[in-house]
Design a protein around this ligand. Structure first.
Ligand code: NAD
Length: 371
């Protein structure tokens, strides 16, 4: 593991970089180049690198070593490419690369998953919805990540009355709801002071509690306008009139589904960043996409989701919103100038766009940052 020290000025941070597998490892060096250009001498960054996911299985026998977890816990933020691929698909579940991901999120206690659905103007044609519905869309979904029905016990499949019966437990205690709702209220405060909480309080007691606790926490955030939607209606509204939303907060399962719906509003997986934060605002920053084995190693993967994840890191964990802004503006300019990786290249549009590879896309962002 190499430590790469950049200039230490008044503020400096420790970052753990986990490139991972497939296009994760391919895009990471380019995203780091962009990060270095954006930072210049303004803050100091100490970067440490470690194997994670499939490459960690190959080199160390496990998807995440104890040493890597300790490094992550000692870092201000963790940058992750993506993990997994056909090479490791046949391993038992508890030895798969994804097991490392769950272990990392749990080990950092990242309970709040932030998934922006942001449509850059020049890409509004890439959505399956009409461009007027999605142009300049900017929604932030805050999904509870460590509780709910995905983790509730008891769970299993067993024989009951001679019938195979599957069951899970949908469970939240009030402290889990309080902490994620505080994150969402704080974020809404920094944006347009509007928060929509999504539940199914008409059917599920656990989400009646969700609604009750959100209303109690709201007492501390009276400047934020709060409304509630049932999850079925929220899904419909997201595709009917997505711009009505600003920040949405919801539990793990509903958030899983709604954030994928919102993601498709923006057109491409290659554009979608994410952050997972713990109570100290430290977190894990990763693109939403996976390792894309079908295109890995061909220099065609879109590096912008990773680059935009780095922008989120500066905004949410490193308290440097001006650097986040500069990265996001550089991405916007590059798109306005017509540079496109294959995934966002219009098929039948008359727009004058230039098809570029992974490296060139990052080069263009770097050159915007230097201007
Ligand atoms: P995927 O996101 O890797 O790919 C889905 C499709 O989108 C593919 O056609 C791919 O070429 C395309 N795509 C994805 N990212 C792109 C980018 N940046 N630029 C251009 N095109 C892009 O999902 P998948 O195929 O279901 O999964 C592949 C592997 O990735 C699996 O092993 C899966 O377990 C893993 N995975 C990992 C994560 C993670 O590490 N967080 C997330 C999802 C999937």
């Amino acid at each position: 593991m190499a430590i790469q020290q950049q200039s230490i000025v008044d503020r400096s941070y420790k970052l753990l970089v986990l490139p991972g597998d497939g296009i994760g490892a391919e895009i990471m060096p380019h995203a780091i180049r962009v990060m270095n250009s954006a930072v210049g001498d303004s803050i100091g960054l100490n970067l440490e690198y470690a194997d994670f996911g499939g490459c960690s299985i190959d080199n160390h026998g496990v998807p995440m070593t104890d040493e890597t977890l300790a490094l992550a816990q000692d870092s201000d933020a963790v940058l992750l490419g993506a993990v997994g691929g056909p090479k490791w698909d046949d391993l038992p579940v508890n030895r798969k690369p994804e097991k490392g991901l769950l272990g990392l999120r749990a080990g950092l206690d990242c309970f709040a998953n932030l998934r922006p659905a942001l449509t850059f103007g020049p890409l509004s044609q890439a959505s399956t919805l009409k461009s007027e519905l999605v142009s300049d869309l900017d929604i932030l979904i805050v999904r509870e990540l460590t509780g709910g029905v995905y983790f509730g016990e008891p769970r299993g499949i067993e024989l009951r009355n001679n019938l195979r019966t599957g069951y899970n437990t949908f469970l939240y205690d009030e402290s889990e709801i309080q902490r994620v709702s505080r994150v969402a209220f704080e974020l809404a405060r920094k944006r347009s002071c509007r928060l929509c909480s999504v539940d199914k309080a008409n059917v599920l007691e656990v989400t009646q509690l969700w609604r009750d606790v959100i209303c109690e926490v709201h007492a501390d955030y009276k400047d934020v306008e709060l409304n509630h939607l049932y999850v079925d209606n929220a899904a419909m509204q997201l595709v009917r009139q997505p711009k009505q939303f600003d920040v949405i907060v919801t539990g793990n399962m509903f958030g899983d589904i709604l954030s994928d719906v919102a993601a498709m509003l923006t057109g491409s997986l290659g554009m979608l960043p994410s952050a997972s934060l713990n109570a100290s605002n430290r977190g894990l920053y990763e693109p939403v996409h996976g390792t894309a084995p079908d295109i890995a190693g061909q220099n065609v993967a879109n590096p912008l989701a990773m680059i935009l994840s780095i922008a989120m890191m500066f905004r949410y964990s490193l308290d440097a919103p001006q650097i986040a802004d500069s990265i996001e503006k550089a991405v916007q300019s590059v798109l306005e100038q017509g540079f496109r990786t294959r995934d966002i290249m219009p098929i039948d549009s008359t727009d004058e766009c230039e098809l570029v590879g992974t490296d060139r896309m990052a080069d263009e962002v770097v050159s915007q940052l230097k201007d």
